[in-house]
Design a protein around this ligand. Structure first.
Ligand code: AMP
Ligand code: MG
Length: 344
C-alpha cells in the first residue's frame, strides 16, 4: 500500500509541478499511510511554520480518532463497557457528520462496522475467513442508529465499537484546507493516502492534475480540479486472498462480508474531503446501480467508478475534466446524467 502511495505521489507531483514557483513540501507517515503536504506562495520561514502546524494537527487528530491507541477518545468509547464518554469538539463534530452520512447512505456507510473488520483480520493482518454464524452474530452489533451523541457525550451500547477510518482522512483534509486558508495560502495540495485535496488552483492559474489509480497498477485516468477533494476507495488498496478468492477491506454492514458489487474502485470528487471519503466507501458498498440512483438524488458531488469488467463510469460533471489514461483509453467510458433524454 505504501509503495502505491509513493508512486501516486510521484505522478501527482509530475503533473502538478512546473508552475515556476517553488513550493514548500512536507512528507510524513500518519493514520497508517504516507502523506504529502505542499503549499505555494509563502516565504520559506512562514511555509515551514505552517507545515509544522499542519503536521501537528494531523498527529492530534490521529490521537483522538485511533481505534488502537488506548489514549484516543474513540478507544475509550469502545472500551468503557457501555458508559458515556465525553468527546472533544473535533471528535464530536466528525462523529456528527459521519452519523449524518450513515443515515444519508441508508447504512451503506456504518461507523460501527469495526467488529466485522476485525473478524476478517484487517485490524491486525492475521487474515481469516469467518464462519457464517460468527458473521451473523456480529452483524447484530453493527448498527449506527444505536449510537447516542448528546452534545459532546457519546454512549455506545456494550459490545459495539466505533471506527472512523472511513472518514478520518477526508476530515483531516478539510481541517488542513481551513488551516491553510486562514494562513492566507491561495494554492496548496495535500495527499493523504488515497485522498487528494486541493486549495485553489495551481499558482499559474491552471487546474491541478490528479491521477486516478488503476486497480491493476499504474493509472486509469487524470482529473483536472481546483478547490476539490478527490477520494478513492478501492478493493485493491487492502485485501487478502484465500483459495483464489479476494477478500477486501470494505465491508457490507448488512452482511458482514467484504463488499462484492462488481466495482474495483470508487473515486468521489467533492467540495468536502469528509463527504468525499464517506461517500467513496458507501458507494463502493452500494454498487453501480444504487450509486447512480444515490447521485441523482444527491447531485452535489461527482464520481468515477472503475468496474471489474473494465468499464469506467463518470457523472456528467466530470465530462470536461476527466480523461482516461494508458490502457484504460481503449476501454468503454460511460457518462451518467441527471436526466435521461429519450428520442421518439
Ligand atoms: P475507505 O478506505 O475510506 O473506503 O475506508 C475503509 C475503512 O473503513 C476500512 O479499512 C474499515 O476500517 C472501515 N470500513 C469498512 N467498511 C466500512 C463501511 N461499510 N462503513 C464504514 N466503515 C467501513
Ligand atoms: Mg472513505
Amino acid at each position: 500500500m505504501r509503495r502505491l502511495s509513493v508512486l501516486c505521489t510521484a505522478l501527482l507531483l509530475l503533473l502538478a509541478g512546473c508552475s515556476g514557483e517553488e513550493p514548500a513540501r512536507r512528507e510524513l507517515t500518519a493514520m497508517d499511510t504516507f502523506m504529502t503536504l505542499t503549499v505555494y506562495g509563502q516565504s520559506p520561514a512562514a511555509a515551514e511554520a505552517l507545515l509544522e502546524e499542519a503536521a501537528g494537527e494531523i498527529e492530534s487528530l490521529e490521537g483522538l480518532l485511533s481505534v488502537t491507541d488506548p489514549g484516543s477518545e474513540i478507544y475509550r468509547a469502545n472500551h468503557c463497557g457501555g458508559g458515556a464518554v465525553s468527546l472533544s469538539d473535533p471528535a464530536r463534530e466528525l462523529l456528527e457528520n459521519a452519523l449524518a452520512l450513515c443515515e444519508e447512505t441508508g447504512g451503506a456507510l456504518d461507523v460501527t462496522v469495526y467488529p466485522a473488520v476485525r473478524a476478517w483480520g484487517f485490524t491486525t493482518g492475521d487474515y481469516r475467513v469467518p464462519e457464517e454464524a460468527e458473521l451473523s452474530a456480529l452483524t447484530d452489533r453493527i448498527d449506527y442508529t444505536q449510537i447516542s451523541l448528546d452534545g459532546g457525550s457519546l454512549t455506545l451500547p456494550d459490545g459495539m465499537e466505533l471506527d472512523l477510518g472511513s472518514v478520518a482522512k477526508g476530515w483531516t483534509g478539510d481541517r488542513l484546507m481551513s488551516l491553510f486558508r486562514e494562513a492566507g495560502v491561495a494554492s496548496a495540495i495535500v495527499e493523504l493516502g488515497g485522498n487528494v485535496q486541493a486549495l485553489g488552483e495551481k499558482p499559474d492559474g491552471s487546474p491541478w492534475r490528479v491521477a486516478v489509480q488503476s486497480p491493476e497498477g499504474g493509472y486509469a485516468g487524470v482529473l483536472e480540479i481546483k478547490d476539490k477533494a478527490v477520494v478513492t476507495s478501492g478493493g485493491y488498496q487492502r485485501y487478502f486472498e484465500r483459495d483464489g478468492e479476494a477478500y477486501i477491506h470494505i465491508i457490507d454492514p448488512a452482511t458482514g462480508h467484504p463488499a462484492k458489487t462488481g466495482l474495483a474502485s470508487v473515486t468521489i470528487v467533492a467540495d468536502s474531503g469528509l463527504r468525499g471519503d464517506g461517500l467513496s466507501t458507501a458507494l463502493f458498498v452500494m454498487g453501480r446501480e444504487r450509486a447512480e440512483n444515490f447521485w441523482r438524488a444527491h447531485p452535489d458531488f461527482d464520481f468515477i467508478l472503475l468496474c471489474e469488467d473494465g468499464t469506467a463510469v463518470i457523472t456528467e460533471g466530470l465530462e470536461d475534466c476527466f480523461s482516461l489514461y494508458g490502457d484504460w483509453q481503449d476501454r468503454p467510458l460511460e457518462v451518467v446524467r441527471k436526466q435521461s433524454f429519450h428520442t421518439q
